[in-house]
Design a protein around this ligand. Sequence first.
Ligand SMILES: [Fe+2]
Ligand SMILES: [Fe+2]
Length: 281
Amino acid sequence: MNGNEHLHADTGATSEMFVERSLNEIRFWSRIMKEHSLFLRLGFRAEDTQLIQEANQFYRIFERIEQTAHSLSNQTDPEQIKKFNSEVKQSATGIFVFKRKVLGLILSCQLPGANNFPLLVDHISREANYFRKRLIELNEGKLKPLPEAIIKENVFFLRIMADHAKFIGHLLDPSERKLIDIAQNFSNDFDQLMYQAIDIESMKPQSQTVPLLDQFLDQNRVSVASLRDFKKTARDLIEQCKIKSIIHPLLADHVFREADRFLEIIDMFDAHLTSSNNQSS
Ligand SMILES: [Fe+2]
Ligand SMILES: [Fe+2]
């Protein structure tokens, strides 16, 4: 497979891979969507009963999807998975629309005193949209060529990581000066990495060389690994009630899992890039 071909070769294993990839994405992201529903609910005011109800409804929907995804196996009929993917896509679209509606309410000052930052609501809507698009891609069997996928996924996830650092920095108690400082440094680091990724994207297709992409992945991996470790430490400290913050322990774990997911994606890309390089040389 060379860099211009699809990430997944068109072999007999394709349908098995389709089932496996679909279940992997749904298991990961349905839990994430379920937790977003909880975070949204926690941020609403007591009188926002309608919004609370809507959030609870999405919680139950994604809880059910998560359970179903775990009850299916890699041996499940691909046609059944295809149907399941498109049902899940409907729900992902539903929660995306809900999140954008909430963002609109916050930005037009209709929820004074509610506790979710606009950037957080925008962020979780971007994650819902990412999930939606993954499901569409899987069902259409149209996977992006490897170099393009590498650049796009990194632009997306680097911004997600930069946001996380900002959320942590802003949800820590102002008296946690040291930790806020660390979070701020991560925020700057990831803003910079994101702009580097955008630059590489703008230099496409000339920038899509194996050495450049390889270095791009290696550089990003170092920062993501260190952010992931910081999140893990923060999560443990929050769970042990050792730091002052308004960060829900589940939110700390949630952002840790998302960083871990990004690392897995980087490693997967790196493995494909290396094997395509070896085969063509
Ligand atoms: Fe999330
Ligand atoms: Fe996130």
